[in-house]
Design a protein around this ligand. Structure first.
Ligand code: IPM
Ligand code: MN
Length: 375
């Protein structure tokens, strides 16, 4: 008997696979935005024909305050067994800064070796751009932020603390292996998703963002590795270099120059907040902590926004867009395309603003709208 064809418009179920997703709502507004992301995920699963199993974990400030536990090793072990992780936000006003960030977010990025932090900077239709004269055509690039090295490794120390001679050091650390694997991912990303690949430009371009004039060890390593790998394996990808300070300037003045940017962990952290504000702010900015060979974790770039917690006013689109990146990462292309189209319709036709409390809709209503607009 011939196999029944999948109904038109449905993703063929990948041999009946059930995608196992770990859901970490976290702190503050995290649970509210993740709820909407899961709502849209479920709607997409029903619409495009795939199955998910979601397991919730209560990592975050509340658990820490109750039990003293930040992120037990047993949880990390379990997380390795999922297809992907969806994270809300980490950070609690009653917990000293650093404990949860280092103990949960950075721990997971490191332990799961999520060595890429992919952060697209895309202005959606209908979104107010703080840069005069720039629109979705101009603000359309991606930052590949290295996610395991740099000053984030915690190498350093302090001596004579509290005295006039106190010395504090926090060391920028990179090895060739980390740099090479990040650059390889970035070149491949540029080849697949650069402007030429998307029919929007003459070339797929990868720009290295560094500081070779001052960080003459670390960014010299990056620059040599960049050109060596590019020449050898990616001659079709155009190479550019910008100092990080100049990158900030051009991201505001001429964002259309950028296609794919690759940089170290610290510069990547900083420039992606700048990128986020040019795409309408933390309400929409999403990222993926990727381990292309392991389990990846998707999250809104913004924090836990304590002052908006529990008010049903926070914008869930960043979490929904993070979930969209998760779908893309899992190869559920039709669903990923559907969510992207629905978000564009919501920003283009519905929301008054992306800011918390100014959307013209509640958090839950925005989730409903995206789910309802899935094509
Ligand atoms: C981010 C955040 C984190 C970082 C903090 C919360 C540790 O700013 O994801 O960009 O610095 O990476
Ligand atoms: Mn940051």
């Amino acid at each position: 008997m011939p196999k029944p064809k999948p109904a038109p418009g449905k993703t063929k179920p990948a041999s009946g696979k059930t995608w196992r997703i770990a859901v970490l709502p976290g702190d503050g507004t995290g649970p509210e935005v993740v709820r909407e992301a899961v709502k849209v995920l479920d709607a997409a699963a029903a619409k495009y024909g795939f199955a998910t199993e979601k397991v919730h974990y209560d990592l975050g400030g509340e658990r820490y305050l109750k039990t003293g536990e930040v992120c037990p090793e047993s949880v990390v072990k379990e997380l390795r067994g999922f297809d992907a992780i969806l994270l809300g936000a980490i950070g609690h006003p009653e917990v000293k800064p650093g404990i949860l960030e280092k103990g949960i977010l950075l721990k997971l990025r490191f332990d799961l070796d999520q060595y890429i932090n992919l952060r697209p900077v895309r202005l959606y239709p209908g979104v107010d751009c703080p840069i005069k004269g720039k629109g979705p055509e101009q603000i359309d690039y991606a930052v590949v932020r290295e996610n395991t090295g740099d000053v984030y490794t915690g190498v350093g120390g302090v001596t004579q603390k509290g005295t006039a001679n106190e010395i504090a050091m926090q060391v920028m650390v990179y090895n060739r292996f980390q740099v090479d694997r990040c650059l390889r991912y970035a070149f491949e990303y540029a080849r697949r998703h650069g402007k030429k690949a998307r029919g929007k430009g003459e070339a797929n371009t990868l720009a290295l963002c560094g500081k070779t004039n001052v960080l003459t060890y670390v960014y010299d390593l990056w620059e040599r590795a960049f050109h060596e790998l590019g020449q050898k394996d990616f001659p079709d990808v155009k190479r550019e270099y910008y100092h990080v300070d100049a990158t900030c300037m051009w991201m505001v003045k001429n964002p259309e120059w950028f296609d794919v940017l690759v940089t170290g962990n610290m510069f990547g952290d900083i420039i992606t907040d700048l990128g986020a504000i040019t795409q309408g702010g933390m309400g929409i900015a999403a990222g993926g902590n990727l381990n292309p060979e392991g389990v990846s974790m998707f999250e809104p770039i913004g924090g836990s926004a304590p002052k908006y917690t529990g008010k049903n006013v926070i914008n869930p689109l960043a979490a929904i867009c993070a979930m969209q990146m998760m779908l893309e990462h899992l190869g559920l292309d039709q669903a990923a395309g559907g969510v992207d189209a629905a978000v564009r319709k919501v920003t283009g036709e519905k929301l008054k603003s992306l800011a918390a409390g100014k959307m013209g809709y509640s958090t839950a209503e925005v989730g409903d709208l995206v789910a309802q607009f899935l094509p």
